[in-house]
Write a protein that binds this ligand. Structure first.
Ligand SMILES: *Cc1c(COP(=O)(O)O)cnc(C)c1O
Length: 363
């Protein structure tokens, strides 16, 4: 599909490289343009790059009422050659379609999704923040636009990609390790539900749990399966732990876990990380006992935004606290972070196809 460009006049857009003096933070800024594509009459059409701005949407648009909406999250990085490179974007396009299938959104052409994102980055390349650890955060999303009050799949959709120039997630190395709340009160997903989809409604449903976590001084909830016996994942991150012998364990991907591309990358790297990486069903009782006996020495979350989020302790609803190792960031956690971010920044060779250059083609 041919991408159309309807760009802002030069006087209204960034014309020199973005050189912020302080960390621009994560997800706050926007760029000048966005990528759009519409679904009408049974097909995706009209891929285009237009000025970033508000949508006109019918009050009866089905996404507003019935939540038919999905999203993705990815990052692009500048390498030492001054060019911008995406990281495993094909995996995001693929997962977008997995999410789409789960909430009955018509399949998107993955090549157009990927090309559209790269074309948008190309237009916005001067927005890349020239500061250590920066990225362009990529937010693709799809929502139902048909004006109809009926709980059924919409016949019309909009696909949009916006970019957010973002600074280093950890500006002074890792912050201290976070605490997670382990609770039986809230669940993120059930078998046969929408947990394996980045469906917008999943995140609305997690807000109450997030509030409960905050009341316990925890950053987030560590979700259990609906029988409260297995560890699943964190609100927007997968979970991992490290055994005494250095083995990294990630809970098995099931239909109640969102398959993280960060987790998948660690599994794919395996040996290259210098240790064994495997997936298992993680039983809560054994997990806690193994932390207490010293068999488990590190734990954390995995996701695009932070890459790795070290977990120092878990708290239960009765206020019992279980500390992992000495509660600080461990060496394995640091190594995972270093290897992945080095590949993303082009400082270390990653597997074939992970890193793709954004070509200079914009008019
Ligand atoms: C996005 C997300 C993740 C992390 O996935 P990445 O591809 O690594 O960013 C994990 N869990 C949930 C619930 C998510 O929404």
């Amino acid at each position: 599909m041919h991408i159309k460009y309807n760009l802002k006049p030069a006087s209204e857009r960034r014309t020199e490289q973005f050189k912020p003096e302080t960390n621009v933070g994560f997800g706050r800024l926007r760029t000048d343009h966005m990528f759009l594509m519409d679904y009408r009459d049974g097909q995706w059409a009209d891929p285009r790059i237009v000025p970033y701005g508000p949508f006109e949407i019918a009050p009866g648009a089905m996404s507003l009422h019935y939540g038919q909406s999905i999203f993705e999250g990815a990052k692009a990085f500048m390498h030492e050659d001054g060019e911008i490179y995406t990281f495993r974007l094909d995996q995001n396009a693929k997962r977008l379609n997995r999410s789409a299938e789960i909430v009955c959104i018509p399949e998107l052409p993955e090549d157009v999704v990927e090309e559209g994102i790269k074309a948008l980055i190309d237009v916005e390349r001067l927005w890349f923040p020239m500061q250590e650890g920066a990225c362009l955060y990529i937010r693709p999303f799809v929502f139902a636009t048909e004006d109809r009050l009926s709980v059924s799949p919409s016949q019309e959709y909009t696909f949009c990609v916006m970019l957010s120039p973002s600074g280093a997630y950890y500006s002074n190395g890792f912050d201290s390790a976070i605490r997670l709340l382990i609770t039986e009160r809230f669940h993120r997903a059930v078998t046969g539900g929408t947990g394996a989809s980045k469906a917008a409604g999943n995140y609305a449903a997690s807000l109450r749990a997030g509030k409960a976590a905050a009341e316990y001084g925890a950053a987030q909830v560590l979700y259990l399966d609906s029988t409260n016996t297995q560890i699943e994942e964190v609100g927007a991150m997968n979970h991992f732990h490290v055994l005494k012998d250095g083995t990294i364990i990630i809970p098995k991907f099931t239909d109640t876990i969102l398959k993280s591309i960060t987790s998948q990358s660690i599994l794919d790297l395996g040996e290259q990380l210098g240790c064994e990486v495997r997936q298992e069903t993680v039983m809560l009782d054994k997990f806690i006992a193994d932390i207490e006996s010293g068999e488990i020495i590190e734990a954390g979350g995995l996701g695009t935004a932070a890459v790795v989020s070290p977990v120092g302790s878990y708290i239960f609803e009765d206020h019992r606290v279980v500390t992992v190792g000495n509660g600080d960031v461990g060496e394995h956690t640091r190594r995972i972070y270093q290897v992945l971010t080095d590949i993303q920044k082009g400082k270390r060779q990653g597997p074939e196809g992970w890193i793709k250059r954004v070509e200079r083609v914009a008019p």
